[in-house]
Design a protein around this ligand. Structure first.
Ligand code: PEP
Ligand code: MG
Length: 323
């Protein structure tokens, strides 16, 4: 099996009937690049930049950030790199930002909420990203977007910083895609409206599942409710993908579910364009993809969405098809 996967390292990610989907990697630091390249990653689908902040005793400077982003962009050559602006808060603490102690940190002050509130921190990150953009194919993604005004505000700040840099004579790429993570149910429900304004979606199932099922992703007592294959989750995912496609945009996924071997057949059937996962899952997934026929998977997904009432029924259905 290992030998078969190794052979797939430089092969395209194709389904049995020849449809290409992008198999990308999630990374936390530039050091993770080697693993992405060794495992045949076609892109970075999620660069979690919060580690830059967490591994530091003070706010990382614009230049420090620029160096990290440039390293990743250059390391990937022409291949796209989706950089997520910092997702601090929730379970991720930062001593020097003085984040409040909260009763419900996952429902509190985190991610884009912090960035829009402390916009000098956000602007520094965006300037570093914009300056790095000429060194590869950069895509910028905002985390934990719940409303359109949040996206518009974040995008406006990005545009302001871009204009300032150009004014100062700094070169900035003019083809940076700007998208959002879909990890809050409100955004999934309004995906058709978001799709008119964003360049892409990346579905963050780790959070989307916990918020949809109201089951803390860290709490073992309610982990039985943390159900990636619950038909409610599958319907939300379908709505997001369809909304993107209706506006000619692409939809990816960067939660754990994207590399889950039971979920992949369903996601192929739902038309997901990009799958971003830990680098070590890429070759296994490329091998699985080659056994899946898209028309057959579409039928499978339709059945899961319309006939299954529970997560268990969905699992049994997929099992029949893939094994
Ligand atoms: C997610 O929520 O699915 C996600 C990819 O983000 P994180 O795991 O960093 O919250
Ligand atoms: Mg998340």
């Amino acid at each position: 099996l290992k030998a078969e996967w190794d052979r797939l390292k430089d092969e395209p990610s194709l389904t049995k009937d020849g449809k290409h989907v992008e198999l990308a990697a999630n990374i936390g630091t530039p050091k993770d690049l080697e693993g992405v390249i060794n495992n045949g990653g076609e892109a970075i689908g999620l660069y979690r930049t919060e580690f830059l902040y967490m591994d530091s005793a003070e706010l990382p400077s614009e230049d420090e950030q620029f160096d990290a982003y440039k390293k990743v962009l250059e390391g990937m050559g022409d291949k796209p790199v989706v950089v997520r602006t910092m997702d601090i808060g929730g379970d991720k603490e930062l001593p020097y930002l003085e984040l409040p102690v909260e009763m419900n940190p996952f429902l509190g002050y985190r991610a884009i909420r912090v960035s829009l509130d402390q916009d000098s921190v956000f602007r520094t990150q965006l300037r570093a990203l914009l300056r790095a953009s000429v060194h590869g194919t950069l895509r910028i993604m905002f985390p934990m977007i719940a409303t359109l005004p949040e996206f518009r505000a974040a995008k406006a700040i990005l545009e302001e910083e871009k204009a300032k840099l150009i004014e100062e004579g700094t070169e900035v790429s003019d083809s940076i895609e700007v998208g959002i993570m879909i990890e809050i149910p409100a955004a999934a429900v309004l995906a058709d409206q978001f799709a008119k304004e964003v360049d892409f979606f990346s579905i963050g199932t780790n959070d989307l599942i916990q918020y949809t099922m109201a089951a803390d992703r860290m709490n073992e007592r309610v982990s039985y409710l943390y159900q990636p294959y619950n038909p409610s989750i599958l319907r939300l995912i379908k709505g997001v993908i369809d909304a993107a496609h209706s506006e000619g945009k692409w939809a990816g996924m960067c939660g754990e579910m994207a590399g889950d071997q039971i979920a992949v057949p369903l996601l192929v059937g739902l038309g997901l364009d990009e799958f971003s996962m830990s680098a070590t899952s890429i070759l296994k997934t490329r091998s699985l993809l080659r056994k899946l026929d898209t028309a057959e998977m579409k039928e499978l997904a339709d059945k899961a969405l319309t006939e299954c009432t529970t997560s268990e029924e969905v699992m049994a259905l997929v099992d029949q098809y893939v094994s």
